[in-house]
Write a protein that binds this ligand. Structure first.
Ligand code: ADP
Ligand code: MG
Length: 446
């Protein structure tokens, strides 16, 4: 076989593999592999880590044998060279520059290369918002002119916003996409004000933008001078049937902004992004691990997902830490290692005082009930149990008198003691309850 034949054979193999696996798996596992040398009886492949090598051999050995040279023992004749990618500082997110031919000049859209629909894991808590974002990306300006995505920190708002950007850049190439953070926009505006060139900026947003993606609009609060400019810009774009997507940490009604601007945003489709459930969190962990070429046993993934449950960024942090530890110290991922890593991550600051509000919030999240119900008078089982758990934890974690603690729950001190005894008793036989309480404790401690 000629050298270039072997090289071509690799290309053919890639084409074959592409039709057999998901785009994400292909991108994560096979695309990073480079051919660095090939002869008629051997091919030398560069891989970023041992996991990619193992993945390839574990999943495609037979196919490799039919596409590539085979050694005398019948194994694919591949020599692997591991070349780790250059370390990337975590603070600097990779930025993809997409050039859009717009007839006149070339502009850059700054989008995080990892934030794509393909890499967004769906579950009941984010399915609606993902569909809404995808709908907008498929038919920009036609479905809902304005999509408003809101939800807590680290739940994927920016990820979805950039996904819309990528999708439109790739599938509606004529459309001009502008993705900005609210801070950056304000800074830009300030610069233009200084240079007396605001008109140019306005003209740009009026005539050179088809899709405007605005991240973190909550930062517009208390920036009175700029509110009107935003409002004008939104209205102009909406009136031209352009597409706007906004992200925020709260719903429009809770923003301290002018009524006019709030009304504008509420007029669009308002979609909430919630905290992913256990199974989704496990899928996210597995996905992030796979991206890093890390193999996390399912049991361990569940373990992590049970301990970190209200922030996907933190889940990612845990995977990154584990990955670093495994590589640096050459360790296997065991539950023990994970426990130690998580303990370090979630180690709580001893100076930080725990409050009843923190306890109520965590209990309400885990048991999926409202804080007002816990503090209220309803006696149904669904409410009574979380209420008793909250009292038990308050007694255990907060050093205050029974009377004071009781007053937070509108209960007497004897009710508090009763709740505490009851929960302690139940915990001896109820594994599920023990787990729930341990999750709440860790959450509060983090
Ligand atoms: P937010 O903007 O809501 O604070 P980000 O979009 O920055 O959160 O998400 C934080 C991190 O978590 C990012 O690295 C993102 O890729 C990841 N992430 C969040 N939700 C998901 C999801 N559903 N699937 C995959 N990754 C996610
Ligand atoms: Mg964000």
């Amino acid at each position: 076989m000629l050298a270039c034949d072997t090289c071509d054979a690799w290309t053919l193999f890639l084409e074959f593999a592409k039709s057999r696996c998901s785009a994400t798996a292909f991108g994560n596992w096979l695309l990073p592999i480079k051919v660095i040398d090939s002869t008629s009886d051997e091919i030398v492949l560069e891989v970023p880590n041992i996991f990619v090598q193992e993945y390839l051999m574990a999943n495609y050995k037979e196919e490799l044998c039919s596409f590539l040279p085979v050694d005398p023992t019948g194994e694919p004749a591949i020599k692997f060279v591991i070349v780790p990618p250059k370390p990337v500082l975590t603070a600097a997110k990779p930025v993809l520059a997409v050039e859009i031919p717009d007839g006149v000049s070339k502009r850059e859209v700054k989008l995080n290369a990892n934030y794509r629909f393909e890499t967004f894991i769906e579950g009941p808590a984010n399915q609606f918002v993902k569909s809404a974002a995808f709908g907008v990306a498929c038919r920009p300006g036609l479905t809902y002119n304005l999509l408003f995505i809101h939800g807590g920190v680290g739940l994927g708002k920016t990820h979805l916003l950039h996904s819309v950007g990528h999708y439109i850049c790739e599938n509606h190439r004529k459309l001009k996409v502008q993705c900005i953070t609210t801070e950056a926009f304000i800074n830009e505006l300030v610069d233009h004000l200084k240079n007396k060139s605001v008109d140019r900026l306005k003209r740009f947003y009026r005539s050179d933008v088809d899709v405007l993606l605005v991240d973190d609009i909550q930062f517009l609060q208390n920036r009175l001078n700029f509110e009107e400019e935003f409002c004008n810009m939104f209205e102009t774009l909406i009136n031209q049937n352009k597409q706007i997507v906004i992200t925020c940490d709260k719903p429009p009604s809770q923003l301290k902004l002018s009524e006019r601007l709030i009304a504008r945003m509420e007029w669009g489709l308002v979609a909430h992004i919630g905290v992913p459930e256990l199974e989704t969190r496990v899928a996210i962990i597995q996905h992030k691990a796979q991206q890093k070429g890390l193999n996390i046993p399912n049991k361990v993934a569940f373990f992590i997902a049970e301990h970190i449950y209200n922030n996907v960024r933190q889940l990612e942090g845990a995977v990154n830490r584990l990955s670093a530890q495994c590589r640096l110290l050459d360790l296997n991922i065991t539950e023990e290692l994970v426990e130690q890593t998580l303990r370090e991550m979630l180690q709580h600051n001893p100076h930080q005082k725990i409050t009843v509000d923190q306890i109520l919030k965590s209990v309400a999240t885990i048991f999926q009930v409202k804080i007002s119900d816990i503090k209220g008078t309803c006696r149904t089982k669904e409410i009574a149990l979380p209420r008793q758990v909250a009292m038990y934890l308050a007694l255990k974690m907060i050093k205050e008198s029974l009377q004071t603690l009781g007053s937070y729950f509108n209960r007497t001190h004897s009710t508090l003691l009763h709740a505490c005894k009851n929960i302690e008793k139940r915990m001896t036989s109820d594994e599920m309850l023990r787990r729930q309480i341990s999750m709440i404790e860790r959450n509060i401690a983090s």
